[in-house]
Design a protein. Structure first.
Length: 346
């Protein structure tokens, strides 16, 4: 889900300034414009905030005690995390050409001169965030095309090649032809299906009649309309549910739809590094997302991390915002689809 500047509350600005009154004025102006804002009195305080939150833009003074703006900028750019690409705008009274060159060389995106023109400041913020939005939209569209192209390319291979490919996917995967007959299923599907979902005469069935209807309708939509389904939960007695999603495949190939199966009792592993890259998360948020992917409950995650439920809820809200989802189940759906990238062949 792409963000838009018409919803400024979706964007967080970090303001770093050692003059308390000016810092307060900057934060107030940004909040009045509808954005979210947090403040830090110098680079050291800013790094402490960046450990748990990832802003969409950083406004930073140059000359500050403990850690100045140039040092903070170099630290952010050298982090190697999604934070390294955050727009960085300097606030400075320095008119020295060499200072401007030093900042640009270190990776600064823009400069605002003091005394600050707040209208110009807000215009600069919007211009930089507009660039971020356009880049995010382009990356999202590119990623969607790549995922679909990968599925289409797989479907257009011979079934023997496709069968070998499915054996390296971390999800259970079942391929259907246009008559709803099963063409292939991988080892993960064999292990997961069991008695939960059965197939006979082109019809899928589950122990629950309502779930059976959902499965059949989703398969029909994937084959006839080319529509991917939402997640369907199939209850497992005394265990976490089995999650099912149907994905439409390219017309003209033997396989017309794939049924993907994720056993949330033992979901595919996702590293904290991958979670950070997928959703531009901070290290702490990535740890929470990876725990969610392992199927842990919120109380289990809080206990494992040694944090309160309130602190965990704060991190989860940030994760949901960055992932563009509103619920833990929707986040699981994103991770579920990401698992299509699969495990490396042994």
């Amino acid at each position: 889900m792409s963000r838009a500047l018409s919803h400024p509350q979706e964007f967080l600005i970090l303001c770093v300034e050692d003059e308390p009154s000016l810092l307060g004025n900057i934060v107030e102006e940004i909040l009045d414009a509808g954005f979210r804002a947090i403040g830090a009195e110098d680079g050291v305080a800013a790094l402490a905030l960046l450990a748990d939150q990832m802003p969409d833009l950083i406004l930073c003074d140059i000359t500050m005690p403990r850690m100045g703006g140039f040092e903070l900028l170099r630290s952010v750019r050298a982090s190697g995390s999604p934070m390294a690409s955050v727009p960085f705008v300097f606030l400075t009274a320095l008119s020295d050409r060499l200072a401007v060159i030093e900042g640009k060389t270190a990776g600064a995106d823009d400069y605002l001169a003091k005394p600050i023109d707040f209208d110009l400041m807000l215009a600069t913020i919007r211009a930089r965030l507009d660039q971020v939005v356009r880049i995010e939209a382009g990356l999202s569209a590119s990623a969607d095309l790549q995922r679909r192209a990968a599925l289409d390319a797989a479907a257009e291979r011979s079934l023997d090649d496709l069968a070998r490919t499915l054996d390296h996917v971390t999800l259970g995967a079942v391929l259907f032809d246009s008559r709803r007959e099963i063409l292939r299923r991988n080892g993960e599907a064999e292990a997961v299906l069991g008695d939960l979902i059965s197939h006979a005469n082109g019809r899928l069935s589950a122990q629950n009649a309502q779930v059976s209807s959902q499965l059949r309708a989703a398969l029909d939509d994937a084959i006839e309309r080319g529509e991917n389904s939402e997640l369907i939960a199939v209850n497992q007695e005394g265990r976490h549910p089995l999650l099912v999603q149907f994905v439409a495949l390219a017309r003209g190939s033997g396989a017309r739809a794939a049924m993907l199966l994720l056993d949330t009792e033992a979901p595919p592993a996702i590293s904290e590094q991958l979670a950070a890259k997928l959703f531009a998360l901070t290290p702490t948020e990535a740890r929470v997302a990876a725990a969610i992917a392992r199927g842990l409950r919120t109380e289990e995650i809080a206990a494992d991390m040694g944090v309160t439920a309130t602190t965990l809820a704060f991190h989860m809200r940030n994760i949901f915002r960055k992932a563009g989802v509103g619920r833990q189940q929707d986040l699981m759906a994103l991770i579920f689809r990401s698992a299509l990238l699969g495990k490396a062949p042994s």
